[in-house]
Design a protein around this ligand. Structure first.
Ligand code: NAD
Ligand code: WQD
Length: 346
């Protein structure tokens, strides 16, 4: 073992969840952190924001992870790499329906390339960003990690189902390799300082960025997609989870594999709070913390929407010692602070 401080590689480190995870890694550990991101859905300013919060500058290697040759050269510059947290992927569900090949290529080729390099360089610890979308429509709630997958509702969700299978099969072939698959429910909010948050290049379709951007007038009033579902107030139910709690789970997952605490070489954990929240409850929370009324209307149901989904998160709590700290109001307040910080800039 080298005496050099170990390095953790974060792919997609300039993106929404990757940047919050880098902040937690820098604040909670002594690892050297290197990001690999080609800015396809982000930009280099993220690293200024990370520095303003942590006081530390993180190096980013601007490489397309689908380009194996370039990726090998980039890894050649990294000293003592011991773990990879793989966020880099395309994530817009609607785009994946219109551009399935782009999604299959980017999300799967990147994973395969990273595994090839891990094998070559003997990097044994790997954390993968999966999604509750792997479950599709479920019959029984809350969702446990054993809930069987239904048919994927989109090519995006299918890339996550296939990505999980690739990892599971790879681990079987290489018992020295340890993987944690984290299935995020609905990550929302921003760093509680309001200094870092989501800044995708594409127009937001997700509820929370739509709320905050419509509140500052960049987007038209929100449409609630249906109020006639069989739920307590007629709107759909989701498990919203603060992005910094998601980030914290990655630090714990990385320590878990590095310290050999796994029962088997592949572990799978749901990351949600376990609470189902309706669209109207999310709006009420936003109105409370922002001290203003939100202009919205009720519209048609959105095609393909799951009515109700939330997590059983017991396994992540037991095995990782993870406990999400932030409630819905903290999620909304931090998202709002971030939006006010951005102003009318999208
Ligand atoms: P994001 O788009 O903000 O971040 C992804 C980053 O990866 C971007 O900075 C992008 O530039 C980079 N990237 C993409 N393809 C690349 C490539 N080929 N080479 C190099 N860099 C590349 O997305 P996010 O919300 O931070 O999501 C991170 C991960 O979590 C993704 O795998 C996503 O599918 C998964 N996930 C996200 C959510 C969510 O709601 N945000 C929910 C479940 C799972
Ligand atoms: C949340 C709720 C909408 C916008 C998506 C992906 C999923 C995962 C998480 C990556 C729903 C309602 C929304 C609006 C509304 N991502 N809504 N008006 O659909 O749960 O999941 O993000 O892995 O794969 O599909 O999130 O934020 O789009 O919607 O009423 O303008 O808000 O109907 O009930 P969703 P969302």
């Amino acid at each position: 073992m080298s005496n050099q401080t170990p390095t953790i590689i974060v792919t997609g480190g300039a993106g929404y969840i990757g940047s919050h995870t880098i902040i937690e890694l820098l604040q909670q550990t002594d690892y050297i952190i290197v990001s690999i991101d080609n800015f396809s859905n982000s930009n280099a300013d993220t690293f200024d924001r990370i520095e303003s919060i942590t006081g530390k500058r993180v190096k980013n290697l601007n490489v397309d992870i689908c380009n194996l040759e370039a990726l090998e050269l980039a890894f050649g510059t990294i000293k003592n790499p011991i773990g990879i947290i793989h966020f880099a992927a395309f994530k817009a569900v609607g785009d994946s329906v219109n551009m399935p090949l782009t999604y299959y290529h980017n999300n799967l080729e990147s994973l395969i390339n990273l595994l090839k390099i891990s094998e070559k360089l003997q990097i044994k610890n790997f954390i993968f960003s999966s999604s509750c979308s792997v479950y599709g429509n479920v019959d029984k709630l809350p969702v446990t990690e054993d809930t069987p997958f239904s048919k994927a509702e989109s090519p995006y969700a299918h890339t996550k189902q296939i990505g999980e299978d690739i990892l599971i099969n790879y681990v079987k072939s290489n018992p020295a390799f340890k993987a944690v698959l984290l299935r995020y429910f609905n990550p929302v909010g921003a760093h509680n300082s309001g200094l870092n948050g989501e800044l995708s290049k594409d127009k937001p379709n997700n509820l929370v960025p739509f709320i905050t951007q419509s509140a500052v007038g960049i987007l038209p009033p929100l449409t609630v997609f249906g109020d006639d579902y069989d739920t307590r107030d007629g709107s759909c139910i989701r498990d919203y989870i603060h992005v910094s709690d998601i980030a914290d789970a990655h630090v714990k997952a990385m320590n878990y594999v590095i310290n050999d605490n796994q029962k088997t070489n592949t572990s799978i954990f749901n990351l949600g709070t376990g609470n189902g929240v309706t669209v109207f409850e999310a709006i009420q929370s936003f109105e409370k913390v922002s001290e203003q009324k939100l202009n919205y209307k009720v519209g048609e149901r959105r095609a393909g929407d799951v009515i109700k989904i939330y997590a059983n998160n017991n396994l992540a709590k037991q095995e990782l010692g993870w406990d999400p700290k932030n409630g819905l109001d903290e999620m909304m307040l931090s998202a709002w602070k971030w939006q006010l910080n951005l102003g009318k800039q999208k």
